[in-house]
Structure formats: structure tokens, C-alpha cells
Design a protein around this ligand. Structure first.
Ligand code: ATP
Ligand code: MG
Length: 189
């Protein structure tokens, strides 16, 4: 089965991304990601035998241990690939280092279990559309919102239908480590 690990996005971010996507519809033609499917991919495993799913779950669990939730702010639009058939995404202006750290830990835990993934350098982004024709017109200003990422999920991707479907297989919640106050301050009694 086709697997990837992604952070889920809180409601406020999903709505902001949906608004950006709606603004784009006026000017950019292409294949839009369904607004209920937005996510931040941390590691893409691709085809994995069903017998290895529990190892992938364990890798996500281990990578998230001790990882606090991440404060993020949406940022500018960006693209990968050719201008006529680009992947168009919205990036982040806050939380980038933390997201990169988390992605690195997830990838390391996968590697420790002999699970392979696409090792392309992590660039935090949320894909809004694919096969986007960016040759015509100006892009709108994206809608920006803040939020906290606190759930990392192992997803199964099903590309057999008319649009991709992502099925959550396993969720891990990020938690603030206990006694981890500012500047190492913590209550002892
Ligand atoms: P489609 O491939 O039909 O456009 P999709 O890209 O949404 O659909 P998948 O290809 O299964 O579905 O990808 C699932 C997630 O993993 C998406 O966030 C996608 O951007 C990301 N992804 C896919 N391939 C790679 C890859 N080689 N490296 C990194 N991330 C990838
Ligand atoms: Mg794809």
C-alpha cells in the first residue's frame, strides 16, 4: 500500500488554505486538492508491504516522543516544477525549523526500521493544486493564519479513484513534555 506520514492541520489553517484555494480558482487552472485533504507531508514512503505497517506506526510513535506541539504561521505561495504544469503550494513563515526537526526524526525512525522513503530535502509546504498553469495572470495574496500542529498521522494514499483519497491509519498526538517551562523553569512540588 502507498503510505506517507503527515502532520494534520488545525481547523483555522484548513479554512485559511481553503480560502487561498478559492482565490486561486479565479486565475489558475489545474487540478485542485480537495480542501478537506490539505496536510503537511513529513515523509513519503511510497509502496510498502502490508506486513510493515505496524513498523511504520512504531516509527511515527517513536519520532513523536518528547516532541512538543509546533506553532506555525502560513506564509507565501510557492511552486515546484514547470510553469505550465506546476505544483502550487502555500508555505510557512513560522515553525519551519521545528517542522524540519520533526520530519528529520520521522525519517530517522523509519530508516532505523529499514523502511525507505523519498529522501528529497524537506521543504515544508501544503499543496493546493497540481498541474497548475502559472503562465497566465498574477497570483492572489494568500490568506495567512496561525495555528498549532499537534497530530502526526500515518496515511494510506489511494489513487485508484477519480481523486486521491488519504486514509488515516495511525495518529500520534504531540505533547508538551512535563515540567518543560520557560528557561528550564519547572515546579518541583
Ligand atoms: P497524485 O499523485 O494523484 O497527484 P497525491 O500526490 O496527492 O496525488 P500521493 O502521490 O499518494 O498523492 O502523495 C501523497 C502525499 O505525499 C502528498 O502530500 C504528496 O505531495 C506527497 N508525495 C508524493 N510523492 C512524493 C515524493 N516522491 N516525495 C515527497 N513527497 C511526495
Ligand atoms: Mg503524487
Amino acid at each position: 500500500m502507498r503510505l506517507f506520514v503527515a502532520a494534520r492541520l488545525p481547523q483555522a489553517l484548513m479554512e485559511a488554505l481553503g480560502e487561498t484555494s478559492a482565490l486561486l480558482r479565479d486565475t489558475v487552472r489545474g487540478r485542485y486538492v480537495a480542501p478537506d485533504s490539505f496536510h503537511l507531508t513529513l515523509a513519503f514512503l511510497g509502496d510498502v508491504s502490508g506486513t510493515r505497517v505496524s513498523d511504520a506506526c512504531a516509527a511515527v510513535e517513536e519520532a513523536c516522543e518528547g516532541q512538543p506541539p509546533i506553532r506555525v504561521t502560513l506564509g507565501p505561495l510557492g511552486s515546484f516544477g514547470r510553469r505550465r504544469r506546476a505544483t502550487l503550494w502555500q508555505g510557512f513563515s513560522q515553525g519551519v525549523d521545528e517542522m524540519a526537526g520533526l520530519a528529520g526524526d520521522v525519517r530517522e525512525s523509519l530508516a532505523d526500521r529499514g523502511l525507505s522513503y523519498d529522501a528529497t530535502a524537506f521543504a515544508p509546504h501544503v499543496t493546493l493544486m497540481r498541474a497548475a498553469d502559472l503562465t497566465a495572470g498574477l497570483l492572489p495574496m494568500p490568506v495567512v493564519e496561525r495555528g498549532v500542529l499537534d497530530t502526526v498521522t500515518l496515511f494510506r494514499s489511494d489513487l485508484s479513484g477519480d481523486r486521491p483519497r488519504y486514509e488515516p491509519l495511525y495518529d500520534v498526538t504531540l505533547r508538551q513534555p512535563e515540567g518543560d517551562g520557560p528557561e528550564g523553569f519547572s515546579f518541583l512540588v
